[in-house]
Design a binder for this molecule. Structure first.
Ligand code: SF4
Length: 361
């Protein structure tokens, strides 16, 4: 098999790993799969996302590369991958590499081949840009440390919010030992780009399960981001006939993630808007405001923490409101400060004016 055929197969297989909540595929005339626009180092750039090998010895039920699958087997030699990436970097403006692999043989053997490819890139091909290195479950500490010296960012997929859900999906991975212990090691290695993780959103877990795990991960694993993937049944896998996961649900989880990280919400707040452990099917900030506000908020008296909980008012607008010396007397003034007035109106009072009757809350 020639390198271009390998690139087509292995680049296409790379799409099952998320490199951003809204990464999108680049349509390149070469027909190569695996080139994406993604956020890396605080800007959008072209990333080549690929796996090293697609012949896994593990049995994850959702994965097209799992053992016994019917796909065409392909595997890069380290030099082939490094040379191909060098070409993409120089001729197709690809600025970063996102490298993963199936567990071909055992995790250490597969990781050694990934490391060899990145060593060639950093040494022989003098590439100093972004490398995201996917850690395979069960990899030894020595190899993770070695990879961390070459990578910008690392990640290991937790896939599920707890041991029981993972056990439904895969028999070869021990949640605590093969995944969480490796995450803890990565968090101590202090990579410039930190670490991220990915989790499949399916019917085996509630939103509450997922959000609890997400909160724990941010607190204990020094995580930069968590990526959610609505479950997609893949042909040729044991789950091919299952219903796909909800993309709307995936996006609601991203909304809550943003509210926790950027707005400073607390996880317990969302429990007030949940039913049977699930978030409502609408914007979580709006749902939470509807569930918790018992009267319109006086925009000139409210502290910052209360202002950012009003739908239509974000952190920048809230900051401008509290720093302003003159009182806001009209909805137009609020709009000029960046507020989304139509959204905020039912929840606020300005100069004694309100749109909503108290009984409507
Ligand atoms: S370990 Fe990774 S590549 Fe292997 S079957 Fe599981 S998800 Fe697929």
């Amino acid at each position: 098999m020639d390198v271009l055929e390998k690139a087509r197969i292995l680049g296409d297989a790379g799409r099952y790993d998320s490199c951003g909540p809204r990464a999108c595929e680049v349509n390149v005339r070469s027909g190569l799969g695996g080139i994406y626009y993604a956020k890396a180092e605080h800007r959008t750039c072209r990333i080549y996302k690929t796996i090293m090998d697609n012949n896994c010895s593990f049995d994850c039920k959702y994965c097209p590369n799992a053992r016994g699958g019917t796909k065409t087997k392909a595997s890069y030699q380290p030099e082939e991958l490094a040379k191909l990436f060098d070409y993409l970097h120089k001729h197709l403006s690809v600025e970063g590499l996102f490298l993963s692999s199936s567990v071909a043989g055992d995790p250490d053997k597969a990781t050694e081949r990934m490391i060899a490819a990145v060593q060639l890139l950093r040494g022989k091909y003098q590439f100093s840009g972004y490398v995201h290195f996917k850690v395979l479950p069960g990899t030894s500490y020595e190899l993770i440390k070695q990879a961390s010296e070459l990578a910008t960012r690392m990640s290991i997929n937790i896939e599920a919010p707890n041991k029981a859900v993972l056990a439904e999906l895969a028999s070869c991975k021990d949640y605590k030992i093969d995944i969480l212990r490796r995450q803890a090691w990565i968090s101590r290695l202090n990579l410039a780009g930190g670490q991220t993780t990915q989790l499949i959103v399916n019917d085996l877990a509630t939103d509450k399960d997922i959000l609890n795990m997400m909160d724990w991960e941010y607190q204990h694993m020094n995580l930069r981001r968590i990526y959610f993937s609505a479950f997609k049944p893949v042909k040729g896998t044991p789950l091919e006939h299952e219903a796909p996961g909800s993309v709307l649900r995936q996006n609601r989880l991203y909304n809550v993630d943003f509210l926790l990280r950027v707005y400073g919400y607390h996880l317990e707040e969302f429990e007030l808007a949940m039913e049977d452990g699930m978030l409502p099917g609408r914007d979580p900030k709006l749902a939470l405001a509807q569930a918790t506000f018992d009267a319109p908020v006086d925009i000139n008296e409210a502290p910052y923490d209360e202002l950012i909980r009003i739908p239509g008012i974000g952190p920048r607008t809230a900051r401008k409101i509290v720093e302003r010396e003159a009182k806001i007397t009209t909805f137009e003034q609020l709009q000029k400060l960046g507020g989304w007035v139509k959204r905020a109106k039912p929840f606020i009072e300005i100069g004694g004016k309100r749109q909503t009757m108290l009984s409507q809350f």
